[in-house]
Design a protein. Structure first.
Length: 104
């Protein structure tokens, strides 16, 4: 985590190689980044999850599918935002924290 980020923010990354595995509910729940992000989100009543994805169409599809899996794991859709423009084309980031901290 960058020292420039606000204290509430935590970043969890999923690589394209990891995501390329066949997926089902059990597999998604085993992804370390997903499990850690959901656990961190559950600990705070005022946290949200921002999914930062690569900016091409495949990145948007990837992010939308991940959002759907997070909803199936119990995260309400109102607490999830999708934002394009990931720094890396081969990973997606789950950023968990207070909404106000996302703008810093």
């Amino acid at each position: 985590m960058s020292p420039l980020l606000a204290n509430s923010l935590r970043i969890f990354a999923i690589s394209a190689d990891e995501w390329a595995r066949p997926r089902n509910g059990a597999v998604i729940a085993e992804f370390e980044a997903v499990r850690a992000a959901v656990n961190y989100w559950e600990k705070a009543f005022d946290h949200s999850i921002l999914i930062r994805y690569p900016g091409e169409d495949s990145g948007e599809i990837w992010a939308s599918e991940l959002r759907d899996w997070l909803v199936s794991l119990g995260v309400p859709m109102d607490y999830i935002s999708l934002v394009s423009g990931s720094q890396s084309a081969d990973e997606i980031r789950l950023i968990v924290g207070k909404r106000a901290d996302f703008d810093q």
